[in-house]
Ligand binder design. Structure first.
Ligand code: SDX
Length: 394
């Protein structure tokens, strides 16, 4: 242990840190944002209230919420030149590759006017990132299908705005469905922050050098893309489609138990939760609500997912290893039902997690004691030795 950083080679984790934002009890399956249980926030709040909470430490009253939302809306447009970045990508580029590029490019518009030691500049950067992510994600989708970009509107809620930017056409306005918008809002709340996960640690480490916050968030997006992290929701849906039907579950579970197969039960297991991920329960409920609203109660993938979950929770291989569903197990099914393409699932995760990343970045940069992160290693290489002239090397 060196001061406030601890290094635990057993888990190859890097530095841990002090934070007052999110608390997880992995054994109890508890998740609190600034002390509020996720189960209560997901039911009583919308995503903008949760953004205010994570960033400022308190839930907003009505006036604070109105001002906060107005400020976010004011920043939801991106510079007109941003659209030319999209034109450089292949139409079939993975949206996460586009997002890494376009969010990183945002720093070119703000870098020279940004002093991260000025709390006001940090707050404006946070607003810009929260506000522009839905616009950038929706633009990556529109570009991939050859449809014109749709501008955000200030009279719509955050999630309604996103759904409209995704699915509206110049000749056919998207019809906003409040149940679906509420479902998306809850998905964003459930993914908003999660303590020092891999992508948040990436943002903190990048930010500790004083780098531009837009570039730090781009680094977090790159890390989130991995299938062991944010890419798991895409992988979990692909897994369900490959299993195909309930009578194939036994064969699949056999493959998972065969260590040589390399097959994992995607959407299951967690580095911290050794109990049920509270977000997974809320995601399954959201799934139910959306499928009922759309008359898809008998959605075969949802039924297959519930059967697979039941089988795994009764199988000693998973129970003995404390493997439970995590946030990604059901999120793919509900996002599919909302019309979101599989390739964009992790982009939605990044859109949600941006508030967590920027709140954690802000907490770190505001700490006057903060120093550049410098995780250490356990050296396992050669002891010191002399260099021989090349003619003498074997
Ligand atoms: C997210 O950190 C965060 O907070 C992340 C996240 C967030 O909000 O930011 O919660 C989001 O990333 C959720 C996780 C999404 N990933 C997946 O669903 C991918 C599938 N899950 C696994 O790859 C895995 O569970 C991890 C990566 C999530 C955790 O891996 P660990 O730390 O190796 O898990 P472990 O140490 O608990 O494993 C114990 C045993 C091992 O087997 P043995 O060596 O004991 O025989 O369980 C096995 C593992 O091989 N195991 C699995 C498994 N996960 C662990 N076996 C089959 N399927 C799985 N999913």
């Amino acid at each position: 242990t060196t001061g406030k950083f601890t290094y635990d080679p057993g888990f190859m984790s890097t530095a841990s840190c002090n934070s007052a934002i999110t608390y997880i009890d992995g054994d109890k399956g508890e998740l609190l944002y600034r002390g509020y249980p996720i189960e209560q926030l997901a039911v009583h709040c919308d995503f903008m209230e949760v953004c205010h909470l994570l960033l400022n430490g308190e839930l907003p009253n009505q006036k604070q919420k109105t001002d906060f939302v107005a400020n976010i809306n004011r920043h939801s447009l991106v510079h007109e030149q941003m659209q030319f970045f999209y034109r450089g990508f292949r139409r079939d580029a993975h949206p996460m590759s586009v997002l890494v590029g376009t969010v990183g490019a945002l720093s070119s518009f703000y870098h020279d006017s940004l002093d991260i030691n000025d709390p006001e500049h940090r707050e404006i950067s946070a607003r810009r990132l929260i506000a522009k992510m839905p616009t950038l994600v929706a633009m990556s989708f529109k570009y991939s299908i050859g449809q014109p970009f749709v501008y955000p509107r200030n009279d719509l809620s955050y999630s309604a705005n996103f759904m409209r930017m995704m699915f509206s056409m110049p000749n056919e306005e998207y019809k906003i469905n409040d149940v679906l918008v509420r479902a998306l809002d809850r998905i964003l709340i459930l993914h908003a922050d999660h303590e020092q996960n891999a992508s948040t640690s990436t943002v903190r480490l990048a930010g500790s050098s004083g780098a531009n916050p837009f570039a730090c968030i781009a680094a977090g997006i790159a890390c989130l893309w991995g299938p062991a992290h944010g890419g798991a929701n895409e992988a979990a849906l692909t897994m369900l489609k490959e299993i195909g039907s309930a009578d194939k579950i036994g064969e699949f579970v056999k493959q998972v138990k065969d260590k040589n197969s390399g097959v994992k039960l995607m959407g299951f297991g967690h580095r911290v939760y050794k109990n049920y991920d509270p977000r997974a329960k809320l995601m399954r409920e959201t799934c139910h609500e959306v499928l009922n609203e759309l008359g898809l109660q008998n959605d075969p993938l949802f039924k297959l997912a519930m059967e697979l979950e039941k089988v795994a929770l009764e199988d000693d291989y998973f129970v003995s290893r404390k493997l439970y569903p995590n946030v990604d197990f059901y999120s793919g099914i509900v996002q599919s039902a909302l019309g979101i393409p599989v390739s964009l699932f992790t982009g939605i995760f990044a859109m949600a997690r941006t508030i967590g990343w920027i709140a954690q970045w802000n907490e770190m940069i505001s700490d006057p004691e903060q120093k550049i992160g410098r995780p250490r290693q356990l050296y396992t290489g050669s002891p010191v030795r002399e260099v021989k002239p090349i003619s003498k090397r074997g």
